[in-house]
Design a protein around this ligand. Structure first.
Ligand SMILES: C[S@@+](CC[C@H](N)C(=O)[O-])C[C@H]1O[C@@H](n2cnc3c(N)ncnc32)[C@H](O)[C@@H]1O
Length: 542
């Protein structure tokens, strides 16, 4: 573990109850990059070995190493860098002693990480001081320990460094440390694509109300402030989905061998109660949240009947997400989503949209409409997520999921704008008999969709971290779309208003413009999203 220099923005110190902890040595505002970390170990997970570069983890069409076929690279630069870092030794090992490419590819990710640690002294040294809870895990003698032993034996056998009792003991110890201190390397499009370990970053302890988060750019992990952090504050991250209900969080944290004592856990606070006390609520004045003052007084913060409904119907989205991943047919996925949505009818009726698993169900529904090319339905559901789910789950407008929500809306608008803007605008009012689709199309025709899309993309850039933002996937995608929009002719008036808002967002005129052009329109679409859900997923017919 690198010791912190006097100018370092973070410092490792003993913590009274959590071992050691990572502390800030200066203050940070939400969205600030505290520090960029370069990995000691970085590996794609098995299922992504052919999809992401084994060195920088960027998705694409990487070419497999012609010797071992068990690592792939974007280009010669990444391949050369990986070769120097670890692959020259790993490649030999992955080639030797086992026949058949498929088996090599299927070595579990922790075993491959362990092989790297066994082969390279620098990696083993980097793991030395980390907490692995080895004795507790060994004493449990459960399936987890049996798996650890099997993986350790496999890594020793593969690496050819000896399979004596002492070698295996050392390997189990390193594996426990790898497991207890790794991060899941997340990609905004693909989800979890790899394993990332850096010993100083690994000093950050867990909280279900974290004040910082990790975002990845290529090989590096950026530690980003989510809440205001003062010099001397402990920097805390979430090791698990902090919007899951308490029992599920406890289960997920059990293998880290501690019971979380944060306020969310201690008082079993619901998502609205945590949002109400968040120090970042006031930053939402330039966001899709229509009335920031109401935020702190959501009915579910005090109404006991709403709280009981949350306790009864709130649950983790894990099984829904994994069941959906198994189903290829969109119509079968629709059936499953319908049955899951209906099970949470009580949450819907009480408008408790931010309670897990409802946001995940809505997200999948919106993606399904998108996949089916039904963007007029996908867009309002995405607007509902961005206004009624995301701001409560992630109160900081800098949070990557908030940015991703903005991008999803902007992306759907590029489709709806193309289809609705050029249709003849009908002067006949929308009668009660009009289908919901007609009503939405009519609403879309009344919106300046291009300006809305442009402003959402500008918001993404504004909320991306200053120095590194331009390299983040989401900011790169937003900038590319923005460049296309800026090429459109005949938008001088709109462009001048948007430029003025961009320069002086807090100016009264700019605020009114933002309220009208963005907040009002997205929230109106979100209301239509509720009607869509009721019609397609809430009724009784399948
Ligand atoms: C990634 S390490 C964090 C650094 C660790 N505190 C150390 O001294 O090495 C994870 C371990 O830290 C401890 N830990 C993390 N968060 C904690 C919390 N909220 N309460 C108690 N212990 C915690 C647990 O022992 C856990 O297995």
């Amino acid at each position: 573990m690198s010791s912190s220099s006097p100018s370092s923005p973070h410092q490792i110190r003993p913590h009274p109850t959590k071992g050691r902890g990572l502390y800030a040595t200066k203050s940070f505002s939400p969205g600030d990059v505290i520090f960029p970390f370069t990995p000691l170990i970085l590996l794609p997970t098995v299922s992504y070995l052919n999809i992401v570069c084994s060195f920088c983890l960027r998705p694409g069409n990487p070419r497999a190493c012609s010797r071992c076929h068990a690592a792939s690279y974007c280009d010669a630069t990444c391949q050369a860098a990986a070769w120097k870092a670890v692959h020259s030794r790993e490649c030999k090992v992955l080639r030797q002693g086992i026949k058949g490419e498929d088996r090599r590819r299927r070595l579990p990710t922790p075993t491959r990480a362990l092989i790297q640690a066994v082969l390279r002294k620098e990696i083993a040294d980097g793991l030395e001081d980390l907490e692995g809870h080895v004795l507790e895990k060994k004493a449990a003698e459960d399936d987890e320990w049996k798996d650890i032993e099997i993986m350790a034996m496999a890594a020793c056998a593969f690496s050819g460094k000896g399979t004596a009792e002492e070698d295996i003991r050392k390997a189990t110890e390193m594996l426990c440390k790898i497991q207890n201190n790794s991060f899941q390397r997340f990609d905004s499009d693909l989800g979890v694509i790899g394993l990332f370990l850096e010993p100083t970053l690994a000093m950050a302890n867990h909280s279900c109300i974290p004040n910082a988060a990790v975002q990845f750019i290529g090989r590096n992990a950026l530690l980003i402030a989510e809440n205001p952090i003062r010099a001397g504050d402990e920097i805390e991250l979430a090791y698990t989905f902090y919007t899951d209900p308490l029992p599920k969080r406890r289960e997920a944290l059990a293998h880290y061998k501690f019971v979380c004592q944060c306020l969310r856990c201690r008082d079993d606070l619901n998502v609205y109660q945590v949002a109400a006390i968040s120090p970042t609520v006031n930053l939402n004045s330039q966001s899709l949240v229509p009335d920031v003052s109401k935020f702190r007084h959501h009915p579910a913060t005090s109404n006991s009947s709403k709280q009981s409904i949350i306790n009864l119907y709130g649950e983790s989205a894990d099984s829904i997400v994994s069941n959906l991943a198994e189903i290829e047919s969109p119509s079968e996925r629709r059936k499953l989503l319908k049955s899951e949505y209906k099970k949470r009818k009580a949450l819907v009726e009480e408008e408790l949209w931010a309670v897990t698993p409802l946001p995940d169900i809505l997200f999948r529904i919106s993606m399904l409409y998108g996949e089916e090319g039904n963007f007029t339905l996908a867009l309002p559901v995405a607007c509902l997520i961005a206004t009624a789910c995301d701001p409560y789950q992630y109160t900081s407008p800098f949070h990557p999921i908030r940015l991703s929500g903005l991008f999803t809306i902007a992306n759907f608008i590029t489709h709806t704008a193309a289809t609705t803007a050029f249709q003849e605008s009908s002067n006949t009012p929308v009668s009660k008999k009009s289908t919901l689709e007609q009503k939405i199309e009519q609403s879309l025709r009344e919106i300046d969709q291009v300006s809305l899309c442009q402003m959402l993309l500008i918001m993404i850039l504004k909320y991306s971290p200053d120095k590194y933002g331009a390299k983040m996937d989401i900011a790169v995608k937003a900038q590319a779309l923005l460049d296309d929009i800026e090429k459109l002719a005949g938008r001088e008036q709109e462009t001048s208003l948007i430029d003025e808002w961009r320069r002086n967002p807090n100016d009264e005129k700019s605020q009114a413009f933002f309220e009208f052009a963005v907040v009002k329109q997205v929230n109106a679409l979100a209301c239509l999203g509720k009607e869509i859900l009721e019609r397609d997923f809430g009724n009784t017919s399948v």
